[in-house]
Design a protein around this ligand. Structure first.
Ligand code: 7RM
Length: 653
């Protein structure tokens, strides 16, 4: 049983608007053929858009599952992202426009960004950081996060950003695994009007990390919680502003090999120890830069805003490296979308004239739940392109986004990729691709995605396992300190085929060749022999006007193998009633068939999500099958799942 059944049908189609298509960075579908015909040539051409101190002569060395890209070239990522703009016509162009949650603002031009990056690179020198050393970064969403990352790149150090919402223990584990020498943090950060005690967490973490020699502290909140003067440990802790004031504003970039490590970033799989995903410099930056330019149709005058946190790969690739490599103006916002009111994002879009907006389905579904009135209060007419990333986007959420945020005029790019892939792999090109709600459409030029069955046989139309069949520049090179796990996790799905990368997602492909990501294969349901992706049942539920969000899991069933349990969040102002429950079951039956009707529907105010907003179905399975809850430490709010468990048990009696 290898195929995944295809149930949900979606036929709405949207062509690129004519003027958009006429002015787009990519106007001809010929690019796909060109890249397919000479894929190394295509990527080499993309790589030459970066600035190299020593040009590469080799493009790809592929000894599955090991790849090297541009391996005899030398460069420095900070030069392509900052120096080359600061020394030319973009010197006085805004690189980063930042707003803190309390409303304070700061703009950094490319010239100012270069000054800051050089100063902090000098600071790293003074702290004894050398090429190849690891530096952990645990900061709120403030410009210093980007400055610190770029300064690490400048001196050839490996940065390891840890999301500011993680606990002291998570930070400790990541610092220990990376063997970091220096930690960069802040006294705190603002989130929903509260202060996140970063320095306090950092102190707790560093008490148990043998390798940290120095902690650099940005003064952000000046609140007594955590980051007080008194908490500064003599010899170890230093204030960012004091070091920067004395630091040299010039610091030559250290040339690194294309295959030298730019960063490691920890991703917690659904189970087990977090994996330190290793990315190198030349290939990663190449793919970040070209995907940003083509997929977001980035132009000189754009104001680009990716709402991710730099603690996630999306923040690395599409707040820092991709946009800055293109000399873009990037928005950066510190806080929550509903602070002080639920219209904060739209207020920011209006205030700064945002033209390109990139966010996650979990956020879009929250906006839907809160209602369109928050967006209606603001002038969003400057927006010209919308993006989505992180999870499958349900067709109804896609339509809501298009109508209520994009004013029915902005193309939507649904971008599929992973921490491991470094940059986008499957996505529309907004000037040429006809989009359809819920589909990430086709592989980016130079990327080869296929659907395979368990025997690596290609599936042209239907459901199967997503595979990447050729190496790509931004691919992870290994897992930090655990190379065996790299081979096992990503290149061992099809025996005897170490050339096939398995991302762990199931997908379907329609007659037009478009991909529909159905979710993690671990989550696929098997109801009476039908393999059903969670995404399709969830989308049928979200299609109902009362539903804001849904998560579907399988629970053991004597006859069917698995029965379907659905956890449903309603839109604001809608009440959970037995009639609604029956209506929702019928709605799924009508949309996709009786086989997919949920046996249980549980109404819930919230769903358990990871800190980056992905629904944790594993925990919902534990609840539905009456097991003790597994590890909940990676949840954004562990209370949600505990409450659901109580609720479920009371329903089940
Ligand atoms: C960028 C990021 C990766 C996993 C991936 C998928 C899911 C991400 C989409 C998506 C459907 C999308 N990196 N995913 N983007 N599913 N459509 N456009 O999210 O490492 O944190 O997660 O996220 O399951 O494998 S990640």
């Amino acid at each position: 049983m290898t195929d995944i059944d295809v149930l949900l049908e979606e036929h709405r189609k949207f062509k690129p608007p004519e003027t958009f298509a006429r002015n787009a960075n990519v106007r001809s579908a010929e690019i796909y053929e060109r890249a397919a015909k000479d894929y190394e040539g295509f990527w080499a051409e993309c790589a030459r858009e970066l600035e190299w101190s020593k040009p590469f002569t080799k493009v790809l060395e592929w000894a599955p599952p090991r790849s090297k890209w541009f391996a005899d070239g030398e460069l420095n990522a900070s030069v392509s992202c900052v120096d080359r703009h600061a020394r030319g016509e973009r010197a006085n162009k805004a690189a980063i426009i930042w707003e803190g949650e309390p409303g304070d603002t700061r703009t950094l031009t490319y010239a100012e960004l270069l000054d800051e990056v050089c100063r902090f690179a000098s600071v790293l020198d003074s702290l004894g950081v050398e090429k190849g050393d690891r530096v952990s970064i645990y900061l709120p969403m403030i410009p210093e996060a980007a400055i610190a990352m770029l300064a690490c790149a400048r001196v050839g150090a490996v940065h390891s950003v840890v999301f500011g919402g993680f606990s002291a223990e998570s930070l400790r584990d990541r610092i220990v695994d990376a063997g970091a020498k220096v930690l960069i943090t802040a006294d705190g950060g603002f989130r929903r009007g509260q202060v996140v005690p970063l320095k306090k967490n950092a102190d707790d973490a560093v008490a148990q990390t043998p390798t940290i020699e120095h902690v650099v502290v940005v003064r952000r909140t000046e609140k007594p919680i955590g980051g007080t003067e008194a908490s500064m440990k003599a010899g170890r802790d230093k204030w960012w502003h004091e070091l920067m004031a004395k630091a040299s504003p010039t610091r030559a970039p250290t040339a690194v090999n294309a295959e030298d490590i730019l960063f490691t970033l920890y991703t917690s799989g659904t189970t087990g120890k977090p994996k330190g995903i290793v990315h190198t410099t030349g290939g990663y930056l190449t793919q970040c830069a070209v995907t940003t330019r083509m997929i977001f149709d980035l132009k000189e005058s754009d104001v680009y805003w990716c709402t991710a946190d730099v603690g996630w790969v999306t923040g690395h690739s599409y707040i820092v490296y991709g946009p800055l490599a293109n000399g873009a103006t990037c928005m950066m916002y510190e806080g929550a979308p509903d602070w002080p009111e639920k219209d904060r994002f739209w207020a920011l879009c209006e205030k700064y004239g945002v033209t390109i907006f990139y966010t996650a389905p979990t956020a879009i579904r929250a906006f839907m739940k809160w209602g369109a009135q928050h967006a209606e209060k603001h002038d969003l007419s400057k927006l010209r392109l919308l993006g989505s990333v992180g999870e499958p986007i349900n067709p109804e959420a896609w339509m809501w986004y298009r109508e209520n945020i994009g004013g029915n005029r902005c193309p939507i790019v649904d971008t599929w990729w992973q921490t491991e892939t470094g940059a986008t792999m499957i996505s529309p090109l907004p000037g040429i691709t006809e989009t359809t709600p819920g589909s990430a459409t086709v592989a980016f030029p130079g990327i080869t995605a296929e659907l395979l069955d368990d025997n690596a046989k290609p599936i042209k139309v239907g459901g199967g396992l997503l595979a990447i069949t050729k190496p790509w520049p931004g691919m992870l090179r290994t897992i930090w300190g655990d190379d065996e796990r790299y081979v096992k996790t990503y290149f061992s799905k099809w025996p005897g085929r170490p050339d096939l990368y398995f991302p762990g997602d199931g997908a379907k492909r329609d007659e037009d060749g478009n991909f529909w990501i159905l979710g993690r294969v671990d989550d696929v349901l098997n109801v009476a022999g039908h393999r059903i992706g969670t995404m399709e049942v969830e989308s049928a539920l979200v299609d109902h006007h009362a539903v804001a969000e849904a998560a579907v899991v399988g629970k053991a069933h004597d006859l069917k193998g698995q029965a379907i349990a659905a956890f449903v969040t309603l839109r604001e102002g809608i009440n959970a009633t037995p009639e609604l429950l029956a209506e929702l079951r019928d709605h799924v039956g009508t949309k996709i068939g009786a086989i997919a009707k949920p046996d249980d529907i549980i109404f819930s105010a919230d769903l358990p999500k990871t800190r980056s907003g992905k629904i944790m179905r594993r925990l919902l399975r534990d609840i539905a099958e009456g097991r003790a809850l597994g590890d909940t430490t990676t949840l954004a709010d562990p209370a949600v799942v505990a409450a659901l468990k109580d609720q479920y048990e009371s329903i089940e009696g």
